[in-house]
Design a protein around this ligand. Structure first.
Ligand SMILES: CC(C)(COP(=O)(O)OP(=O)(O)OC[C@H]1O[C@@H](n2cnc3c(N)ncnc32)[C@H](O)[C@@H]1OP(=O)(O)O)[C@@H](O)C(=O)NCCC(=O)NCCS
Length: 173
């Protein structure tokens, strides 16, 4: 399979925060943001694999900033690493300043998607070739995150998580 770059899967969704999507403090409801992230990430995973993709895991979400009613919000997703049938998708969320249009980072998240065939069975995806420094950093750390996610899901024994062990017990120690 021909490798692809993160920019080939990059998906950008811009939308406004409306009254029905906010909490009592008039900030965007967390679940609404998760849904927007899932939608953008799902499209990114589909663009990378050109297959049916399903959300396998939400590995990390940081709600660092609240997002007020009326904000123009951009959700940007791209595949950060492809394994055999699964893909890690990194999602960056940006708020746009009403007056000068400048973007500031609001939140980020990391999801795992799996490509499946028509019967729902996992199927192979193309490898990923990161290009920029940030893409390379995210690619490098992705195996660690995959192992952590599998251990937490009870799908990998902790002693098989070689990347995690190396983090806590580096070879030089
Ligand atoms: C996701 C799903 C296809 C995985 O099925 P499975 O039987 O665990 O399949 P496998 O064990 O072969 O795993 C497939 C891949 O997913 C990865 N994976 C599975 N669970 C994972 C998790 N919690 N975190 C990270 N990766 C995971 C595996 O490591 C494997 O990756 P690889 O092939 O790239 O090495 C299956 O659990 C499913 O269909 N879940 C429902 C998905 C869904 O409906 N999502 C929407 C929720 S409403």
């Amino acid at each position: 399979m021909q490798p692809k770059t993160p920019s080939e899967s990059r998906t950008t969704m811009t939308d406004m925060v409306l009254p029905g999507e906010t909490n009592p403090l008039n900030n965007l409801f967390g679940g609404e943001l998760l849904a927007r992230m899932d939608r953008a990430a799902s499209i990114a995973a589909r663009r990378h694999s050109r297959k049916i993709t399903v959300t396998a895991s939400v590995n990390h979400v940081a709600f660092n900033q609240s997002v007020p009613l009326g904000t123009v919000l951009t959700v940007e997703a791209a595949v950060s690493r492809a394994f055999r049938t699964s893909m890690e998708v990194y999602i960056d969320v940006w708020m746009e300043d009403r007056y000068n249009g400048e973007r500031s980072k609001a939140n980020e998240a990391i999801f795992t998607f799996v490509a499946v065939d028509e019967t729902g069975r996992p199927t192979q995806v193309p490898p990923l070739n990161p290009e920029t420094t940030l893409e390379k950093e995210r690619f490098e750390a992705a195996l660690r995150r995959k192992q952590l996610s599998l251990v937490l899901a009870g799908k990998m024994k902790p002693d098989q998580a070689t990347e995690l062990k190396a983090l806590f017990y580096p070879p030089s120690s």
